[in-house]
Write a protein that binds this ligand. Structure first.
Ligand code: G1P
Length: 287
């Protein structure tokens, strides 16, 4: 069986849509109630059986490293063994976390190039932090769904969801070769098409990339927004290799937007045993 063992999680970037809080706290550490987004992303990867994570951070993001440091003075000074800290320790045993710095935010394509040494000769997964996938009790969700397809046939797989036509200009949009199914072959992909989108199936932050992506990343020039776009490298890949778009399980929230962040928070709270009863009473009162 073909197994994806590595995941790359790029979180560099200034997070200006979430100013002022992102002035001192990395966007990926913003909590869905009390658990930062990045911890959910690692949990998703670990659930998919992935053993190694590379987090790509900017120079101002030591807070991400500090978050996962379970040997810190803060932890040492705690007078009891909190479950929440034990959980982070356990997660780190299941999935090893390492970091690399991206000097400048020059685009997702540039970020992924920083993962070359980490990937070595392997194919790997990518999870983007602006897209939060809520398991809602499912065992396989998000990147796990893509890994299942890869296990059967090692190809490129891009996680997609249907979006409103009016929203296609915000995403990498795929062009299906034939009909759209749960896992369909594509023959083009365009980054943020401003008009004539090839479909309304958008890439939403989950990818399985073959190692050949590094070759294509070296070939591309700055694209949309003057940045090196992963989408452009994938567009080169699909001229020579099979690239599939995969509708994955789990509910996806755009936590890069304020409304998406609020929606994700409420959805998670409604499922949490410690909160759901009181929250539903509160929501009823609001109506
Ligand atoms: C990135 C990708 C885009 C993808 C999106 C998903 O764009 O370039 O293809 O659809 O993530 O969230 P960004 O939102 O970082 O501009």
């Amino acid at each position: 069986m073909n197994k994806i063992k590595k995941v790359v999680i790029p979180v560099a970037g200034k997070g200006t849509r979430f100013l002022p809080i992102t002035k001192t706290i990395s966007k990926t550490l913003l909590p869905i109630i009390d658990i930062p987004v990045i911890q959910y992303l690692l949990e998703e990867a670990s659930n998919a059986g992935i053993k190694d994570a590379l987090i790509i951070i900017g120079y101002n993001q030591n807070d991400v490293i500090n978050y996962f440091n379970t040997e810190s003075t803060y932890v040492k000074n705690l007078t009891k063994d909190y479950e929440e800290i034990k959980y982070i320790k356990k997660l780190k045993q299941q999935i090893r976390v390492s970091y690399v710095f991206q000097e400048e935010a020059k685009g997702l394509g540039d970020a992924i190039k920083h993962a070359k040494a980490f990937a070595d000769d392997d194919d790997f997964a990518v999870i983007l932090g602006d897209d939060f996938v809520f398991s809602n009790g499912l065992k396989t969700y998000g990147i796990g769904s893509l890994c299942k397809y890869y296990a059967k046939k090692p190809n490129y797989y891009l996680g997609v969801k249907e979006v409103l036509l009016s929203e296609t200009s915000k995403y990498g949009i795929v062009k299906p070769e034939k009909e759209i199914t749960n896992n369909f072959k594509i023959n083009d992909i365009i980054e943020k098409p401003q008009d004539n989108p090839p479909s309304n199936m958008a890439c939403v932050g989950r990818y399985i990339l073959k190692n050949s992506i590094f070759h294509y990343l070296d070939e591309i020039k700055p694209g949309y927004g003057g940045e090196l776009q992963l989408t452009d490298a994938i567009a080169l890949a699909l001229q020579k290799e099979d690239v599939y778009a995969t509708c994955f399980d789990g509910v996806r929230y755009d936590v890069g937007s304020k409304i998406g962040y609020v929606e994700a928070t409420i959805s998670v709270a409604r499922q949490r045993e410690d909160l759901k009863e009181e929250l539903s009473k509160f929501l009823e009162k609001l109506n």
